[in-house]
Design a protein. Structure first.
Length: 110
């Protein structure tokens, strides 16, 4: 199970779920090893436009961790991909010289 092997609709669910977690938890965001069905249902309704947690998660016995909790390794993987993208972007930005203003992706002298 990894993000790249999910179909487009499943990837969209993971992305929307991740966005929802970011909104809910902000800088205190943590990606857990498993999530309860009730939480998945609530987040699915709130951020993914779904009334229930997706069947591809809750009906998959290999994802079940204990009673009523499910693992989402794709969510952890997507989180790592986002962190790598942020680090790459940070490396591309020029250092602050006190005179340069960054607008979008263009560098304009002040």
């Amino acid at each position: 199970m990894n993000f790249d092997t999910l179909n487009t609709k499943q990837q969209d669910f993971i992305i929307n779920l991740y966005t929802g977690i970011c909104k809910e938890e902000g800088s205190n965001m943590q990606i857990l090893d498993s999530y309860p069905r009730a939480w998945l249902k609530m987040m699915s309704a709130k951020y993914c436009g779904m009334e229930w947690a997706p069947a591809w998660i809750v009906k998959d016995k290999s994802r079940q961790v204990g009673k009523g909790s499910y693992t989402l390794p794709e969510l952890k993987e997507y989180h790592k991909m986002c962190l790598i993208d942020k680090e790459d972007l940070r490396d591309e930005l020029p250092t602050d010289d006190g005179e340069t203003v960054i607008i979008g992706t263009e560098v304009v002298a002040a």
